[in-house]
Design a protein around this ligand. Sequence first.
Ligand SMILES: [Zn+2]
Ligand SMILES: [Zn+2]
Length: 401
Amino acid sequence: MNRKTLRQILSDARAIRADLVSWRRHLHMNPEPSMQEHETAAFAAERLRQMGIDRVTEGIGRTGVVGLVRGRRAKTVGLRADMDALELGEANRVPYQSKRPGLMHGCGHDAHVACLLGAAAILHGRRDRLPGSVKLIFQPGEEGAGGARYMIEDGVLRRPQLKAVAALHVDTQVDAGKIGVRRGYDTAQTEDVRLVIMGKAAHAARPDQGVDAIAVASQALVAIQHFIARHTNSVDRKLVTFGIVRGGTRANVLADRVELIGTIRSLETEGREAITRFLRRDLRKLVGAMGARLRVKIEKDGYPPSINDDTVVDVISATASGMLGAENVVDVPKPNLGGEDFAYFGLAGLPAAMFRLGIRDEKKGFSSPGHSSTFDMDDRRVLPIGAAMMAATAISLLQQS
Ligand SMILES: [Zn+2]
Ligand SMILES: [Zn+2]
């Protein structure tokens, strides 16, 4: 696409800035947890219908919504936005603060939905000139539930068949005004892990008569990190984090049971296998040596690593340079060990890639990482860029071949 058209799309997006911001803030105030995005889905569907998009289907992949902007040719590409919020209390004191205690759009999926709605409006406005159709995919349950899988099972890739799919994620590592791109490995394989350490209760003053599950759990936690640091290949990218530790009933009773719940993140198979072998075999022995027993459950059902398709990345890259200038397109140098169920689109055999919408703006105070209670962005500045990039990427993909 030529530079003039790309700049035109950006100005289309700037013209609907007020809508983009109000959509995002409405969603920000009304966050919903994974697979319960009923109001969010209804909101997206309603906006699409108001725009005049005639084919809007709700209930795809449970709470997912799919819209179709029909163009001149049969070829169809997809744009995906995830919709769910996090179980996290918001610390930002802003007029659009979450109205739901303990729930927050701390990963920016509110912005993703707003950008995709914006792209829908832009594409619909250009439908007579579109070299194909664009499927707008509003996906539930990215944060652990694997909503992408439910949508794929419900046929989101078919009728009409998608030729490629793109998505964006806001990124606090990339400066506002810039787009980040990355070929190849983008996010990690994730596996949920649950360890239960079973000791024996006794009076706090006579620990020798019981087995202190909390003390054993502390040793286990240290041993796991030590194992990774000292007994695995340091070149393999992997980690284990335990976000939940539960155990004990009273201050003066030895805990007889401690539960550790966490996640394993890895890019390479070797690192992943080394960790699971350690947990299943060696850690069991270690815990046994301290008189306790260990139960290990590793949920193999985590997200696969997401790998960006080179051709789609190149299209995104060229689109972003044409629209924003080459100086505003940055290479994301490293994959991250976050999980992303967008991986399932690529795994389904579709050329798929995700790009980063920069939101870092330290001068304005926007630098808190995703999943933190102070995460926020200058939505007035970044949303038009996100919406324009989504719309233009779809058109560029349609123009290919
Ligand atoms: Zn997230
Ligand atoms: Zn996210």
